[in-house]
Write a protein that binds this ligand. Structure first.
Ligand code: ASP
Ligand code: MG
Length: 421
């Protein structure tokens, strides 16, 4: 049996027909290495954004089902064009959408999770010597309904396919040379990392680094799929390899700094200090499919027996969150609900911070020197996040990058957009 390599090309890599021809060359190069190749592609350029805009022009709240019908068309175009481009080079290729393959997802629209992938059809075509081109981002339910995996979901399609096919590796081709210590548009001398652990990458992805869809990293970690992020334009560069932390020598306390400006902070003031209150709030939000990130409950005020519960949500869910909380006001007997949209979460991530004291204090000290006020703090074993005013985020990222010695001597080569997640 030949080794299977799964390659994924994002929207910018297939933005026009010349770029698609270029992708075909990269695919063929891998095929000529003697491997079986499965290629996953996103929609061309900003197609998905454009489709979303059209839907919003027609309806403020388009139905999830029709949204998925619409958005899944983007990938339908790019798979067919790429298969043609490979054929034009004299190689055999065939494109499939998620329904044809059987990429089964849960019955949820616009952010479905993959539950199973049928591999029979792919294997049959690989055995016939063909390159198999698969539409990313889309899935199908048991009842034959089309779903999508959430914006940026093609990465997850690729990794899930690699896991199902027991592939040798999953290469995510994009328009940067790999994973950087921070966004090179904010810090031009950010360094490219040769390797990073799943755990760190997952924290960075959740912390706002727009390199990989967080669920793709989760899937890679669960299935131990070696993942490489590399440039579609400089294919000789091996990019960044993402692998298990146990396979790495950790010589740095901090691996990366990330900024996430897409969150909104909500504070539910003066909630009664008794059992069950947090459960009511967060159960109701969970039922609405709203995921919550940082949560802080204040120390109880003795006199009034109340405290405040603050948390952050993705800004796209902010209105729904406020609506939900308003509907709970009576039951909660709470005070006002405060909303702060002008915030950013700045995080430092590193598996090397475990058992190394002084990392948090160095972060807080750096922010203090800049006069940046910290509004919330949260930590995991390998991450420290601070919520700050959005206008302070860029200077905080620059200073932290400097503080933890992450800069390189060379200026990062960033062409056009960073990968769109
Ligand atoms: N085309 C989809 C999007 O723009 C999926 C992807 O690019 O990964 O979100
Ligand atoms: Mg993407």
């Amino acid at each position: 049996m030949k080794r299977i390599i799964v390659q994924k090309f994002g929207g910018t890599s297939v933005a026009d027909t010349d770029k698609i021809k270029n992708v075909a060359k990269t695919v063929i190069k891998e095929k000529n290495n003697g491997n079986d190749v499965v290629v996953v592609v996103s929609a061309m350029g900003h197609t998905t954004d454009y489709l979303v805009k059209m839907a919003k022009d027609i309806s403020k709240v388009p139905s999830g089902r029709e949204m998925d019908m619409l958005l899944s068309t983007g990938e339908g175009v790019s798979i067919a064009l790429l298969a043609m481009a490979i054929q034009a080079e004299g190689y055999e290729a065939v494109s499939f959408n998620a329904m044809q393959i059987g990429i089964l997802t849960e019955n949820v629209h616009t952010k479905a999770r993959i539950v199973k992938i049928e591999t029979e059809k792919i294997k049959k075509n690989l055995n016939e010597g063909k390159v198999v081109v698969v539409a990313g981002f889309q899935g199908v339910t048991e009842n034959g309904e089309i779903t999508t995996l959430g914006r940026g979901g093609s990465d997850t399609s690729a990794v899930a396919l690699a896991a199902a096919l027991n592939a040798e590796r999953c290469d995510i081709y994009t328009d940067v040379e790999g994973v950087y210590t921070t966004d090179p548009r904010v810090v031009p001398n950010a360094s490219k990392l040769d390797n990073i652990s799943y755990e760190e990458m997952l924290e960075l992805a959740h912390a706002g680094a727009n390199v990989l869809h967080p669920r793709s990293v989760e899937t890679a970690k669960l299935n131990s799929v070696p993942l490489r992020v590399r440039s579609s334009f400089k294919t000789d560069n091996l990019g960044t390899l993402i692998l298990g932390v146990d396979k790495m020598e950790i010589d740095r306390p901090v691996t990366g700094v990330a900024e996430d400006s897409s969150q909104t902070r909500i504070v539910v003031c003066e909630v009664p200090d008794r059992p069950g209150i947090a459960a009511i709030i967060f159960t109701k939000l969970a039922k609405q499919n709203i995921s919550v990130d940082m949560i802080i409950q204040s120390y109880a005020r003795k006199a009034s027996h109340t405290n405040d519960i603050a948390f952050t949500v993705d800004s796209v869910d902010a209105d729904k969150t406020i609506e939900t909380l308003n509907s709970l006001k009576e039951e909660l007997q709470c005070g006002e609900i405060q909303v702060d949209k002008d915030i950013a979460k700045v995080s430092i991530v590193g598996a090397g911070m475990i058992d190394r004291p002084g990392i948090a204090s160095a972060m807080f000290d750096t922010l203090a020197r800049l006069g940046v006020n910290i509004k919330m703090i949260s930590t995991s074993e390998i991450k420290i996040s601070c919520l700050v005013d959005r206008e302070d985020a860029a200077k905080a990222v620059k200073a932290l990058h400097e503080e933890f010695d992450l800069s390189s001597d060379v200026v990062a080569d960033v062409k056009g957009d960073l990968p769109q997640v």
